[in-house]
Design a protein around this ligand. Sequence first.
Ligand code: GAL
Length: 506
Amino acid sequence: MNFMNIFVAVAVSASVVVGAQDVFASDNGVAFLKEKEGHLACAKKVYSLPGVRFMHKIRPVDAMAEVSVSGLPEGLVWNASRRLVEGVVDIPGEYYYKVNVENGDSTVQETVSLTVSPDLQQPTPFMGWLSWNVVEGDISDEVVRTVADAMVSTGLKDAGYDYLVIDDLWQAKAREEGTGFPSPDSIKFPDGMKAVADYVHSKGLKFGIYSDAGSKTCAGCFGSYGFEEVDAKAYAGWDVDLLKYDYCFVDGADDALSAYTRYKAMGDALKSSGRDILLYMCEWGAREPWKWGAETGATTWRCTYDTRDGWNGTPGGIGIVQSVEGMKDIWPYSGVNRFNDADMMCVGIHGKGKSSNDLVEGAPGMTQTEYRTQFAMWCMWSSPLTLSFDLRKPIAEDDLAIMTNPELIAINQDPMGQQAEFIGEDANGVQLYFKDLANGDVAVAVLNMGDKTQEYIIDFSRIDALDADIPYKVRDLQARTDAGVHEGIMNVDVASHETKVYRLSR
Ligand code: GAL
């Protein structure tokens, strides 16, 4: 189909640089990104639930600069050796603190805003199922009902997957004449969208929909540009809970400032729609949305082009290799209510998808070890956990076990919302990550990107959340077994493309 070619063309051209302001350079866009970033290479708009442990790692753009923090609200302290703010704020409110960035003679100050509220839209990454990878244009009332039933009967809902999101190609050929109302395709959705949403809600699930900030969606249906208020009202009227908002057909509005303006227009429209609708941005990370997405009203943003069902993508394709490339270094920008999204997982697809099938080396599909790695890293990164396999068909026990591993899901859903910090990769392609957890535990992941099994020594002194001189009780979260007590170091074997994840408790 034509639209796939259009999308692939966009993806290929923009995949040259990840975080590609170079590709979409315009004076406006570059100046906008510089202004948003200022002197900090970390989030400046952060969130916390009252009474829940909060953490904010502060990193300067200039790696040589020293940072310190002043004006912290009651309950928070500055941890100078780890360069992070931590603690618990009990009283809801809007707070501000200052970060001092010093390099030689010059000191500059940046302001951080902290919103403490019991009503955050996305305190932990949302979990659910998206229709695109296996359903594409076959989406319909019947498919939604079948999938909703399956989410309940398979136990996925009980495991935490509670958003059912329909992607592109639900729309009628054109908007309603005169009113501009965004009607659904009447053959696919004969009873309209509200009936479908009602059914999804009756199963205890939430309902998400898809549109685009351009004149058309990526698959060529009508987009929302210029119709933001009409659409937001329509979605609210249908009781929609989430909007995935794409960025095709933007007619030259390619730079970050234009994208910000378009996303904010929809963010504002959703805010005044009368319903709490989560805005999920999908401009594929091309304009570094982690620096400005939160200011549009969005609480999550895609950080890569579309994930494919393979380990290594061919040019323009995103396999695990490219997901890792796109995600590993943007951890300072993630946090509660502001999550970096690594796109739909392909766990359970086994090469039998539609759009997820192309642009990979070899045949589509991954080994169970590779799917386990995908799941584990999405959990470590605090990415929304979105499944995309075919829920119209029975699911294999082993696939279900990967997706419902409660100990890994607990890492993903940790109330402190930290994305795992990337420490580095050794000469054999073994990567080391760690993630601070709300109860003081630390999750450590060892990911073998190479093609041979490696013996690896986890050196606790490289992980600043750990004390190398005290013993830790270790739990293996993939195997779901205890892994003994370790002090200072821990020896592990990691097979090719495998990820070991450990939870360390004092
Ligand atoms: C792409 C998007 C995909 C899917 C598709 C629908 O731009 O990244 O996730 O939504 O559009 O056309």
